[in-house]
Design a protein around this ligand. Structure first.
Ligand code: ATR
Length: 280
């Protein structure tokens, strides 16, 4: 029998993770099977325990269970502890290990797939919720010159700045944040939309002067059409990307944690885009 993995979420039927991991297994020859589990909103822990009891080796965790997964884990990677959320569970003799691969997935998509180096870059992060928190340390690890966090609710951005100020100092990154007026009125190299705004077609408040030719505007969301944030960025001359590559690369990092083998995310991303374009 192959080693069993699954994604758990609610809803979960549209998750692309089973498709992505099946491609990784094919590519690497790793003997795994990867399914999807609809977690009851009040029964996440029970569902995880059932999966472990049936021999499951690991799980990806998606909305709305990432905080519960963080609470359930017996031990946490440093990046999961900093993010306060877990998207990857590994079941072993020492219990349940929680990790978070979202931030590394974002960074790898930007650097490896989109070819934009974060070293020395000026980066603007829009949003201060769970998605934003999870990417701060992986961004610092790439040695940018500066990171600004802008959020509709300024106090939440300020809170993240307080939480990660020491890490920024250790990495030599200029780091500040607050409301929309905290962004510098000049072009940023990379702007990441980590707000939930794209879900309801809302554009996060941000100075137009932050965008320009040479800016990569990255939306963590993806859909059949470019998001409002991507359209706005393109109109201002920036290069826009959706978050499909982040999805593939966070999966690649989870696969690596479980199997010790790193799949080629770029190849699977190209195939996924073709598949989605053919369906559209
Ligand atoms: P997630 O886990 O996806 O980050 P979250 O923790 O609820 O979800 O955070 C949502 C983020 O999107 C927050 O930064 C939120 O801003 P507030 O802190 O001011 O609530 C931001 N957000 C959601 N809808 C938005 C909108 N329409 N415009 C701008 N920001 C929005």
């Amino acid at each position: 029998m192959k080693d069993q993995y699954a994604v758990i979420g609610n809803p979960v039927e549209h998750s692309k993770s089973p498709w992505i991991h099946a491609k990784f297994a094919e590519q690497t020859g790793e003997p795994i099977e990867y399914g999807r589990i609809l977690g009851p909103l009040n029964g996440f822990e029970r569902e995880v325990k059932n999966f472990i009891a049936s021999g499951g080796r690991g799980m990806n965790v998606t909305v709305p269970f990432k905080l519960e997964a963080h609470a359930l884990a017996d031990s946490l990677s440093p990046r999961a502890a900093a993010a306060g959320a877990v998207n990857t569970l590994t079941f072993g003799p020492d219990g349940v290990r929680g990790d978070n691969t979202d931030g590394v997935g974002l960074v790898r998509d930007i650097e490896a797939n989109l070819g934009v180096s974060l070293k020395g870059a000026r980066i603007l992060l829009l949003g201060a919720g769970g998605a934003a928190r999870g990417v701060v340390l992986p961004i610092f690890d790439r040695a940018p010159a500066a990171l600004t966090i802008v959020n509709r609710t300024a106090a939440k951005a300020q809170h993240l700045v307080d939480q990660f100020a020491q890490n920024a100092a250790d990495c030599g990154v200029r780091f500040w944040g607050g409301g929309a007026d905290s962004a510098e009125a000049e072009r940023y190299d990379v702007i990441v939309n980590a707000t939930a705004g794209s879900l309801d077609a809302a554009l996060p408040d941000c100075d137009d002067r932050a965008f320009g030719a040479g800016t990569l505007a990255y939306d963590m969301m993806y859909g059949a059409q470019p998001t409002v944030f991507m359209q706005h960025a393109s109109r201002l001359g920036a290069r826009a990307s959706d978050g499909l590559g982040m999805l593939v690369e966070q999966a690649a990092e989870s696969f690596f944690i479980w199997r010790g083998v790193r799949p080629d995310g770029g190849a699977v991303l190209r195939e996924l885009r073709q598949t989605l374009a053919a369906k559209a």
